[in-house]
Write a protein that binds this ligand. Sequence first.
Ligand code: GLU
Length: 549
Amino acid sequence: MTNKDLANVIFPNITKTVEDYEKEYPKRNLEEGAKVTRFAPSPTGFMHLGGLFGALIDFTLARESNGIFYLRSEDTDQARSVEGAEKLIMDTLKYYNMMPDEYEFEGKIAGNYGPYVQSERKEIYHAFIKHLIEIGRAYPCFCTTDELSEMRENQEAMKVRTGYHGRFARCSRLSVDEAIEKIKNGEKYVIRFRSNGDFENKFEFDDLRQGKLFLNENDIDEVIMKSETMLPTYHFAHVVDDHLMRTTHVVRGEEWLPSAPKHIQMFEAFGFEAPKYIHTPLIVKKEGESIRKLSKRKDPEATMSFYFENGYPALAVIESLMTIINSNYEEWHTANPDKMFTDFEVTAEKMSTSGALYDLMKLDDISKNIISKMSKEEVYSESYKWAKKYSEKLTKLIESDPEYYKAILNIERQQEKPRKDIAKYSDIENLIWYMYDEEFNNKEIIYEWKNITDINEIRNILKVYMDKYFTLDKENWFNNVKLMCDELGYASNMKEYKKNPDSFKGNVADISTVLRVALTSKSMTPDLCEIMNILGVDKIKERYNKICK
Ligand code: GLU
């Protein structure tokens, strides 16, 4: 019996060959230098920041080279696959404006290189495995889990490198006849790749981020097809899919780098050219003085739902990731404020060689800037969309009077130095509640008085203000406050106050604070005159009278 017979016993119904698939999925017809990249998540029901980070690199590399960015669902580990996970992935990509050119979703296939879901590619993998068996580069392995753990223990005791290699690769020595007999007897098996490498040899591996590396050749006969499901392992699916889908650049986490020698060997076994690799750094965060890996368990910001729930604009998250993809992004962005992030040329060589340091404070800064530049209409519609999902209270406030809400959002907007107090849509409620009577009157108000705390003095200031100096006219508003200062013995001019503080009861800032706090309860708010204009005279009087009575 020959290897061909063995291949036919294992895959009797597979008639298509590697050549057939080569013809079916020809080289892509793209312009010189166009990059074909893919985002290949496992549908586990979670989207992690690291996933979006990788996808963003894929997306920008494809966009800036007029290439193709496609989505592939890696669901060969069916125990980890979760219903509905694809929707989460698609929704996330859509939200971040990173729609793939090719994908498979809800029964629709976009693109000619599918199926894009690995469990639907079984026949293809089988044809490729059949080929490897025929040429003697793959074989069935009947070792049980117990036998494998015993082998591992022995290796550890003998202090040899663990794994199915060299003399430990028992089933690699079975004859074709022996293997066929075992299969006919119903023994369970996996398929292993037959490595031809020597661990003592190093070979040159070019990682686009880390440059030339010298890696040990692989000598492990890796499992390429699992027993029960007959689905491929990651290693094999990577080789077949990235070849047939004509990926030019594989962007993946650096935890895959140790497996790269296996992959290179498999590409060689088929006579295929391997894609270029960019192994990306881990995302890390600062904790006190130390730096550690962002943890799915400990850090809420490691999961994309954090950004949805808090209401960060998509662009803010994208830009915060761009700054850790390439450290020169920020400088470029400052010099080109009107360009989109896709105009920036991502370079693998400029990626951090250690971890990519993610910082939420930085995200907040970026986000405040982005929101400050939006129009009131835009903040209105984005925050309303967010509220409908995550905040009943804000939804109610918005719906009670959308125009009133927009007027509040418009305070200190659309000016040279716009307000920058909103980092995320979940901040808004806390910043505007006092503009609503139903909130202000039904809450126990804690007034943040600053320098002037004597309630009689406060009452006096409010009375005089209401009687003589109140105006909603922007031209005169501040001047009136200053005139009142003069009348009440406060310095209307800060310079004079600083020269001679003892000759005044306080200064114009103290007076403004009283007017502000009495109206809003807060010592920090955007422009008070604008606030007064939106609240209107009745509400102002009511709130001041409440304190004076
Ligand atoms: N499914 C793999 C993962 O989620 C993809 C790695 C790759 O991009 O090749 O880690």
